[in-house]
Design a protein around this ligand. Structure first.
Ligand code: FAD
Ligand code: NAP
Length: 313
């Protein structure tokens, strides 16, 4: 067991964590960043990223995150591949224990543990993830210009994504397990008015269908739970929009979370309800789950941590 002491402890190695690290290191704060199991975060699960500024041609998620990691290392962030398992924010310095039995003591902490998409849990869904199955229409919708796509879910995200996709896809089939949507009335009205969107009510996905070589989706087997009848619909892309869960189990009894488990931060800031603890990225932002937004909030968190440390010398 080792004990690490730092002015700024960063938990998470996605765009929010690395950016916080880069800013904190350049401010001379010698941050320690604990990467977690998913080194590089969610983006490492995707291939072509076309909307992160600075890359004139698509960059793979792995490459983008490796570049961020190297940049963080080059400016002096100490990165430790470990997983925080327990936190104690009740006294200062803040303490975090880890899977490798290390103790991390931070005068300030930046939490950047992200959020994870919920998946249906089908084997075929896992197989085609990144090859026609996506959990992010803003990220991958662009690749389905004039193609047929399906969106799974009945909440605001699913309806939002169906409407968004309809602006470039040839057709959008929204598949919902019940006979009424959970989405806001206004969104439902926009959905009904949209000629490109068709809804399959009371329907669940049984299997994602596609080719092996190359791996590519070309259909979806769905079952109507009322009639018990199955059918195959032709689609080129499937967007799972059945919700996300923030990675905040650890912080439940330590920080103020909203009803969905996201860390509550002050408006326009990354400050949590505890002075010296900041949250950045998807873990505090259920609305704009994008890498550039996460990176931006990582920057804010580091600048706020720097100010906090100066004021609390
Ligand atoms: P994450 O990237 O989720 O990183 C969280 C980090 O926290 C991980 O490193 C994890 O290991 C770590 N962690 C979690 N728990 C612990 C713990 N207990 N101890 C230590 N570390 C921990 N956005 C775009 O802008 N463009 C795209 O094209 C795009 N495509 C996407 C494709 C897919 C398939 C997915 C799932 C998302 C995509 N996104 C895209 C969204 C983008 O990935 C997220 O908005 C972004 O990664 C959020 O960054 P983050 O740093 O907040 O968290
Ligand atoms: P959500 O509101 O929890 O909706 C999830 C949807 O997925 C529900 O319709 C649910 O069905 C369905 N679902 C869940 N598990 C499923 C499964 N295993 N198989 C099939 N379907 C499943 O999640 P969300 O839509 O991501 O929204 C999350 C939060 O963000 C909400 O508070 C939402 O209002 C907010 N948001 C707002 C906007 C906006 O204001 N424009 C946009 C996006 C999100 P049931 O209905 O049957 O439970």
């Amino acid at each position: 067991m080792a004990e690490y002491k730092t002015k700024v402890l960063i938990i998470g190695s996605g765009p929010a964590g690395y950016t916080a690290g880069i800013y904190a290191a350049r401010a001379g704060l010698k941050p320690i960043l604990v990467s977690g199991q998913q080194i590089g975060g969610q983006l490492t699960m995707t291939n072509d990223i076309e909307n992160f500024p600075g890359f004139e041609t698509p960059v793979s998620g792995l490459e983008l995150m490796e570049r961020m990691r190297n940049q963080a290392l080059n400016v002096g962030v100490q990165i430790i591949d470990d997983m925080i398992t327990e936190v104690d924010f009740k006294h200062k310095p803040f303490e975090c224990n880890s899977e490798n039995n290390n103790l991390y003591c931070g005068e300030s902490v930046i939490i950047a543990t992200g959020a994870s998409a919920r998946w249906l849990g089908l084997e075929s869904e896992t197989k085609f993830r990144g090859f026609g199955v996506s959990a992010c229409a803003t990220c991958d919708g662009f690749f389905y210009r004039n193609r047929d796509v399906a969106v799974i879910g009945g909440g605001n995200t699913a309806v939002d994504e169906a409407i968004y996709l309809s602006s470039f896809a040839h057709s959008v089939t929204l598949i919902h397990r019940r006979d009424s949507l959970r989405a806001d009335q206004k969104l439902q009205e926009r959905l009904q008015e949209n000629p490109k969107i068709h809804v399959e009510w009371n329907s669940v996905v049984e299997e994602v269908i596609g080719t092996e070589n190359p791996l590519s989706v070309n259909g979806l087997k769905i079952k109507n739970v009322k009639s018990d009848k199955s059918k195959i619909i032709k689609v080129d892309g499937i967007f799972i929009a059945i919700g996300h869960h923030p990675n905040t189990e650890l912080f439940k009894n330590q920080l103020e979370l909203d009803n969905d488990g996201y860390i509550i931060t002050k408006a326009g800031s990354c400050q949590t309800n505890i002075d010296g603890i900041f949250a950045a990225g998807d873990v505090q932002n259920p609305k704009f789950r994008q890498a550039v937004v996460a990176a931006g909030s990582g920057c804010i968190a580091a600048l706020e941590a720097e100010r906090y440390l100066t004021e609390n010398k």
